[in-house]
Design a protein around this ligand. Structure first.
Ligand SMILES: *Cc1c(COP(=O)(O)O)cnc(C)c1O
Length: 487
């Protein structure tokens, strides 16, 4: 790393503070309390400010540039969400407080549950799960509990199309189900013949990512749902990428039985460097009794003089708790603020602009890059990162070269059904100028790939860290790259 560390800046005797003259008698510190051998940097305030400011600039973030990471919906998170989440009534409440003392918080959670129902066409929602994948786990547990409650124990399989998100099969097998794959047809839809060939009375359900990981809306979705229901299975909708559907299609109306939302994608809460996500789950009427406990409910109706009293309900056949307390409360506040800020028409605008932006990029790039499933896309699309006339250049090289132009690479090598995949999701919050810049860069890189492939193989050149051995980096993780000499 080129940046000097704060120890290298250190200079004997330099300080960033001054104590007032001592006005109490001096005494020696107890022996053994001071570690003489602990190296401490001796720096001025400005050294410290510059050191940490420079460090903070080493991170790429949505606040510094476009982040077209397909499937992840890296949209701008409005800063007003942060202010609202820090209001003392939200920030300083405790999950163990008596419900009478947190009525405002419960009213907000209740309303968010209602809004997510309204947006999705589902009958009930739990806000508990703390990520999309945990929402999936919750939803598939509900499917399991539903069949078992009917004495139907022979249903041991979950069907998953090969265009699904990778978490779907993981979720199913964690719930003890056998995963059965079905293929994708030439239009990027679930192959109906492939689906029919695996449907029988051992099928517990099907998990459908729609739009799928090709960024396409399944044109046969109603038929898929009908076929699975006819076989006695339930249909799980992976709604992590609801950004294309907001205000346009409600999964509940299409017949989905259970689904999850990703507040940290669609509803603009931070993805947060490993920090809290939030994956609420919605269910249709026949699954309400299986929701995790507790759900926020009205425990005493209000009247003209008194507001309703909110509290916690336990669904009759609940699968139990999936998360401590009540979910990622701070994320719930942010999503609530985002939805109330936009209202129904604003949510629809979000979806329309997300789809428009993705199709604009697709239209500008398709003459340069091969797009195997090339019909109109939803919020994202997948192109091949291998070009005619540049056989040795791979998706990874293109992704790394993008970093030299100050752009975060798209998702690559996913989905697996596209050769050398580059999965691009611009989101609705990017301007035409930014989209044009992204396409100009990608077109320029395609030219470089043909004339100077070595430039791409060695990229990135302008970043604090060059090309990494990603396998080694994952297997032999070094979290601290610098230690002072004496330790
Ligand atoms: C992101 C994503 C998930 C998983 O969500 P996490 O919050 O990362 O666990 C599941 N399905 C799809 C389609 C996604 O894009």
């Amino acid at each position: 790393m080129a940046e000097p560390t704060i120890y290298e800046i250190s200079s004997p005797g330099r300080v960033g503070f001054r104590f007032p003259a001592c006005d109490v008698p001096e005494t020696a510190l107890p022996t053994g309390l001071v570690r003489e051998d602990l190296p401490m940097p001796e720096v001025a305030e400005l050294d410290v400010v510059r050191h940490f400011t420079n460090l903070s600039h080493l991170n790429y973030s949505i606040d510094s540039g476009i982040y077209p990471l397909g499937s992840c919906t890296m949209k701008y998170n409005p800063k007003i969400n942060e202010d609202v989440a820090r209001l003392p009534g939200f920030a300083y409440s405790h999950p163990l407080q008596p419900v009478e003392t947190v009525q405002g918080n419960l009213a907000m959670m209740y309303e968010l549950q209602q809004w997510l129902c309204e947006i999705s066409g589902m009958a009930g929602v739990t806000l508990q799960p703390s990520a999309g994948a945990q929402g999936e786990f919750t939803g598939v547990s509900i499917i399991r509990a539903y069949h078992l409650s009917r004495g139907d124990a022979k249903r041991t399989k979950i069907i998953i199309p090969d265009s699904a998100h990778g978490t779907n099969p993981a979720t199913s097998s964690m719930n003890g189900f056998e995963v059965v794959g079905v293929s994708t047809d030439a239009n990027g839809n679930v192959d109906l013949d492939s689906l029919k060939s695996v449907l029988d009375d051992t099928v517990a359900g099907l998990m459908l990512t729609n739009p799928n990981t090709l960024g396409l809306f399944d044109q046969n979705v109603e038929e898929v749902v009908r076929l699975v229901h006819e076989a006695g299975g339930l249909v799980y909708g992976d709604g992590a990428n609801l950004n294309a559907l907001l205000g346009i299609v409600r999964p509940g109306d299409v017949g989905f039985d259970v689904m999850h939302f990703n507040l940290h994608k669609t509803f603009s809460t931070p993805h947060g460097g490993g920090g809290p996500g939030s994956g609420p789950v919605g269910v249709a009427k026949h699954l309400l009794d299986f929701l995790p406990t507790p759900v926020v409910g009205i425990i005493e109706e209000g009247d003209e003089e008194l507001p309703p009293l909110y509290g916690f309900d336990t669904p009759k056949q609940t699968i139990g708790r999936v998360k401590a307390f009540h979910g990622q409360f701070g994320m719930i506040v942010r999503a609530y603020n985002y939805i109330s800020m936009h209202g129904p028409d604003g949510l629809r605008d979000i979806a329309e602009c997300a789809v428009l932006n993705a199709n604009y990029l697709l239209a500008r790039l398709r003459d340069t890059y091969h797009v195997p499933y090339g019909r109109h896309c939803m919020h994202e699309f997948v192109m091949e990162g291998q070009l005619d006339g540049a056989p040795d250049v791979h998706a990874l090289d293109i992704a790394k070269r993008m970093m030299d132009y100050g752009i975060h690479p798209p998702t690559n090598y996913f989905p697996l059904i596209v050769h050398e995949a580059l999965m691009i999701e611009p989101t609705e919050t990017e301007s035409k100028q930014t989209l044009d810049h992204l396409t100009d860069v990608l077109i320029k890189i395609a030219g470089e790939a043909r004339t100077n492939p070595e430039l791409l193989h060695a990229a990135p050149h302008n970043t604090p860290v060059g090309r990494l051995d990603e396998v080694r980096a994952a297997k032999e993780l070094v979290l601290c790259c610098w230690l002072p000499e004496k330790i």
